[in-house]
Design a protein around this ligand. Structure first.
Ligand code: FAD
Length: 260
């Protein structure tokens, strides 16, 4: 199957892409299954991590296991390997993909927070408006603009994520995640940090991005980040506990980044 063929199928109402299937199949427990499942796992050329000039491109079908062991990412953006190692049991990591994690559009998706902190951009395949025409890959959509609401993204029918790009120079970043049982449980709360940005997971309907003014003292940065969190009570934790975690993880992350 080609990208064009997959895209044509995905234009149909009720169609869904299946990459690793580790999230999509899980949703069948509480949602009716899609009318059509399009297996994109074998689309060619989308499962590699490569350098493109100064940028790094991670193909949408790259598995979480590949992110964990990529020497290229370990050298330039080690925070992604760090996040991938904190999430998902080995069986899930060997099937689950980067594109699936992004398109899932959950505030619990663990790769999304560090990707947002690093200001990643998406490559998206868009079908041609002419039925017989070739589509094209449109680059440069900021991941920050991709999430419209819980489970809602900027993808239109027939569009597919083909990759995610880390643009330009390396940036130091750290990812801190709290869960009840490491690997076996979804996160209770997480924070990805660079010197300039904090991104919160599980503290609102979508990941929350907070830009940090240059040189802001740590105490003030912690309060700024906490003021943007809108956590809720659920069976994993109370909102109040999540807010405590936001403060503790943000402080720990900023102290780590500023100590070096
Ligand atoms: C036991 C278990 C533990 C898990 N633990 C974690 C965890 O700790 N952290 C975490 O973040 N996730 C976790 N997950 C969820 C899941 O494994 C990951 O989010 C994974 O990265 C999803 O990728 P996938 O390829 O399996 O997605 P799929 O299930 O194939 O797809 C997920 C969604 O994305 C869409 N999609 C997939 N690829 C594309 C694409 N290229 N373009 C457009 N749309 C696309 C699908 O249509 C679907 O809506 C866990 C799942 C299980 C079953």
């Amino acid at each position: 199957m080609s990208l064009k063929e997959a895209s044509e199928l995905l234009k149909q109402e009720g169609a869904a892409a299946l990459a690793g299937g580790t999230q999509l199949l899980l949703t069948f427990k509480w949602l009716p299954p899609p009318r059509l499942i399009v297996n994109i796992k074998r689309l060619p050329g989308l499962a590699t991590i490569s350098e493109d000039g100064d940028d790094i491109r991670i193909g949408a079908l790259t598995t979480l296991a590949d992110v964990r062991r990529s020497p290229l990412l370990a050298g330039r953006f080690p925070v992604l390997g760090m996040a991938a190692r904190l999430m998902a049991l080995p069986a899930v990591a060997s099937m689950g993909t980067v594109g699936g994690n992004i398109a899932w559009a959950s505030p619990q998706a663990d790769l999304v927070q560090p990707l947002l902190a690093l200001d990643a951009h998406l490559d998206i395949y868009e079908p041609s408006p002419a039925a017989a025409g070739e589509g094209r890959v449109r680059g440069g959509l900021p991941l920050r603009d991709f999430y419209l609401g819980p489970g809602q993204t900027a993808l239109k029918p027939g569009e597919l994520i083909t990759g995610v790009r880390l643009i330009g120079a390396d940036r130091r970043a750290v990812y801190l995640r709290h869960s009840t049982r490491r690997l076996a449980d979804a996160q209770v709360c997480s924070v990805a940090l660079t010197d300039r940005r904090a991104v919160l997971g599980s503290c609102g309907p979508t990941p929350i991005v907070v830009d940090l003014p240059d040189g802001l003292p740590i105490d003030e940065a912690v309060e700024l980040v906490a003021s943007k969190a809108t956590p809720r009570d659920d069976f994993r934790a109370s909102a109040a506990y999540r807010l405590k975690l936001v403060r503790a993880l943000t402080r720990r992350g900023l102290e780590y980044l500023r100590a070096a």
